[in-house]
Design a protein around this ligand. Structure first.
Ligand code: PEP
Ligand code: MG
Length: 592
């Protein structure tokens, strides 16, 4: 009997394969003692697990070296050394001999002891070793408990469906190198950053499944349908046939993409819409171009630094930004400065654990406090302006003073470049993302200092509605059609228009067809969406009339509830777009 689980569609596409359960947490170790006579064999078991972990780490190191280079591959060295460390080895052996603990319990005790000791230190080097220590515990304890290595992905011989309680952006970066056909998680939402990254990596994903990680069994067959948000465990013949039919339909749609990519993004009544792409990784620029993007509306540069233990240098960043600009010689390329914190923590920054990271040390706040990190990025960005229409965009700005500080840093870096004779285009644009209610309410002030606005609805919605964008339980409350959101969008668009600066939207909302219709109606005619959504949104743009969108937006602005907003838009769009196609993916509650 197949088991059907419904969650939230998170990354389009459909995949079928065997389940690989990835649970990146320290496993629970039952308390067990052994007879004195068995101590020697327990010690052997411990040494075997140690050797196995070392071999695995060497293998992973080799793969990482081939893919990312030798500097990155050194990330595994501390763990390799720790496996031979006398403090670790002798301590564990002593607990087996003296306390008659079995190997896993003895190793756990010793590691917890070291963890407590090192936690009292404040030196970042020692604190860094705590992460290594935890990773080692996960690997070695799973081995001793007879479970799989949770991260043994690169060595997989066949492609798999990853099933996990949840993921993080840095774990997801690693999935790039592994043969992964789909992801199914208990938690997560469409706007969590690891999910955004999964979309960029083109891995189909369904999130918010509740207990899939408990129900799925390692090795079992599964289908992940990222378009309608469904996971089928142990699919039967009928499910498999439907899967193949859907796959054929997707392939046929892919055939159409090339045609749509060449068409102009113009509404039925002649309004040109700037349709740009969101990129998480520089390599996506090519896909964005093939899918018909006019430029790049958001390049999330922080994905250049995640999963690494060193900061990317100026040269490496410059090459990435320059290549992106060169991929779009005719279009603008909006590169956002590092948006770290929230749910993105690079290893080299030693970011403190915070109670509320999304309300914490995040985005522009981190950059202004870390001048070495920020100046390097600004220099690389300035240099890239010589190779295209590169625009710099600041995340999570609340206050004009933040823009002033960045302009001042930029002036200093410009002088240094001039002194060094390095070219840049002094006429570049610097703008801000509108991501908080404070920024929306302060828009007319910000407009005096910014060359453009780009509305980050993913954050604007979470901060306006006080709904954590990553919290599955609250997913139903995360509503882009809440009247408070519609009114803020209208306010920011009007301020931008009055100030003569471009207002675009680069949050996920822009790839929701009904929301795109609303944005057009609010006269926001620059949209940026993840590249896989470009053809669909272009089709929506080409199928609607600005006149209808404006009339629907006027009604939506006066609507008292989210349901009323949705109703106005659905009525306004009429049958020009078949919303049923999108209903599953966007949980659009369409009126009967
Ligand atoms: C947003 O907040 O809408 C946005 C585009 O930025 P991110 O999703 O990277 O936070
Ligand atoms: Mg944001």
């Amino acid at each position: 009997m197949s088991i059907i689980l419904d969650g939230s569609p998170a990354s389009e596409g459909i995949g079928s394969g065997r389940v690989f359960v990835l649970d990146w947490g320290v496993p629970v170790v039952p308390h067990e003692t052994v007879a004195e006579a068995d101590a020697t064999s327990e010690i052997e078991r411990f040494h075997e697990a140690r050797k196995w972990a070392k071999d695995r780490l060497f293998e992973t190191k080799e793969i990482t070296e081939a893919r990312l280079g030798s500097v990155e591959a050194r990330i595994f060295d501390p763990q390799i050394l720790m496996l031979d460390d006398a403090e670790v080895v002798n301590g564990t052996v002593r607990y087996i001999r003296e306390n008659r603990l079995n190997a896993q319990r003895a190793f756990e005790w010793r590691m917890l002891e070291l963890q407590a000791m090192w936690s009292r230190a404040s030196h970042p080097m020692v604190l860094d070793r705590l992460n290594d220590l935890e990773d080692l515990m996960i690997r070695v304890l799973n081995r001793l408990l007879g479970a799989n290595d949770p991260m043994d992905l690169e060595g997989l011989e066949e492609s798999v469906i990853i099933v996990a309680p949840n993921l993080t952006p840095s774990l997801t970066v690693h999935l790039d190198a592994a043969p992964v056909l789909g992801i199914a998680t208990d938690l997560g939402t469409r706007t969590a950053h690891w999910v955004i990254l999964a979309r960029s990596l083109e891995i189909p994903a369904v999130v918010g499944l509740g207990d899939v990680s408990k129900r799925a069994v390692e090795g079992q067959q599964a289908i992940v349908d990222g378009r309608i948000g469904r996971v089928i465990l142990d699919p039967d013949e009928h499910d498999r046939e439907r899967f193949q039919r859907r796959q054929r339909r997707i392939e046929a749609w892919e055939g159409e993409i090339a045609v749509i990519a060449k068409q102009e993004s113009v509404t039925k009544d002649g309004q040109f819409v700037e349709l740009r792409a969101n990129l998480d990784l520089p390599v996506e620029a090519e896909q964005a171009r093939l899918h018909g993007a006019n430029g790049v509306g958001l390049f999330r540069t922080e994905f250049l630094v995640l999963g690494r233990n060193t900061m990317p240098g100026e040269e490496e960043q410059f090459e990435a930004y320059k290549a992106t600009a060169e991929a779009f010689p005719e279009g603008a390329v909006y590169i956002r400065t590092f948006d770290l914190g929230g749910d993105k923590f690079p290893m080299f920054l030693h970011m403190p654990r915070e109670e509320n990271p999304f309300l914490g040390w995040r985005a522009i706040r981190v950059c202004l406090d870390e001048p070495e990190l920020f100046r390097t990025q600004l220099r690389a960005l300035l240099r890239a302006t010589a190779y295209g229409d590169v625009r710099m965009m600041l995340p999570l700005v609340n206050d004009v003073d933040e823009i002033r500080q960045v302009r001042s840093l930029l002036r200093e870096e410009e002088s240094r470049l001039e002194a060094d004779g390095i070219p840049f285009n002094a006429g570049y644009k610097l703008g801000v993302m509108i991501e908080t209610p404070a920024a929306a309410l302060e828009a007319s002030e910000l407009a005096r200092h910014a060359d453009f606005f780009s509305i980050g609805t993913n954050d604007l919605i979470q901060y306006t509605l006080a709904v954590d964008r990553t919290n599955t339980r609250l997913a139903k409350l995360y509503n882009p059609f809440h009247p408070a959101i519609v009114r803020q969008l209208h306010q920011v668009a009007s301020v931008g228009r009055a100030a003569g600066i471009e207002v675009s939207v680069c949050g996920e909302m822009a790839s929701n067809p009904l929301a795109a219709f609303l944005l057009l109606g609010l006269d926001i005619t620059a949209l940026s969406v993840a590249w896989p959504s470009l053809p669909e949104i272009k089709k929506v743009i080409r199928d609607v009339r600005m006149e209808d969108a404006r009339a629907a937006a006027r009604k939506a602005l006066a609507a008292p509830t989210s349901a009323d907003v949705t109703r106005c838009l659905v009525e306004g769009i009429g049958d020009s777009v078949d919303l049923k196609v999108f209903q599953g993916r966007w949980s659009l509650s369409l009126p009967e």
